[in-house]
Design a protein. Structure first.
Length: 155
């Protein structure tokens, strides 16, 4: 018997801080909600569509997600879809689709020295230097900044 393909890759930002709980056998489970934006051109201009997706991770990955994740942090999740089905208290069938994470990458964070918006002008340059100093390949960091700038641009 063969399995069908069930795979998902999604990027976005955490909607709130992750929650960590344990099963009765002590296995860690981390759950979080991911917001993912999609932009499309319409006759009236650029339209933004936001999707919210529930994600769960298990064991060591759960501990990692709980320790590294926080509201607003960028994340990439690779995993599979899981559908839970049950009957509600009214007897009607219910279902929920969840992403079960198999691999999670958090976007690098760069600390700003101040909250003064005027100091943000050279933030990309400082962030690039910090990332390179921490061992990230300069080409990869520059490509990430270019992609982030493209996402932020309005058409």
């Amino acid at each position: 018997m063969s399995s069908n393909l069930n795979s998902i890759l999604i990027e976005g930002n955490l909607v709130r801080d992750p929650l960590l709980r344990s099963t009765s056998r002590g296995t860690q489970i981390c759950t979080f909600t991911l917001a993912s934006n999609r932009f499309s051109r319409q006759d009236s201009g650029l339209e933004k569509e936001v999707g919210f997706f529930n994600v769960e991770s298990w064991s060591k990955l759960a501990e990692h997600c709980y320790s590294q994740g926080h509201k607003g942090r960028g994340v990439r999740v690779v995993g599979r879809l899981k559908q839970d089905r049950w009957n509600g208290t009214d007897g009607k069938p219910r279902s929920r689709v969840t992403i079960v994470a198999e691999h999670v990458e958090f976007r690098p964070e760069f600390k700003r020295e101040t909250n003064d918006p005027a100091s943000y002008a050279d933030a990309p340059g400082k962030a690039l230097a910090t990332a390179v100093a921490e061992g990230f390949p300069p080409e990869a960091v520059e490509a990430a900044f270019m992609a982030a700038e493209a996402e932020e641009m309005e058409f």
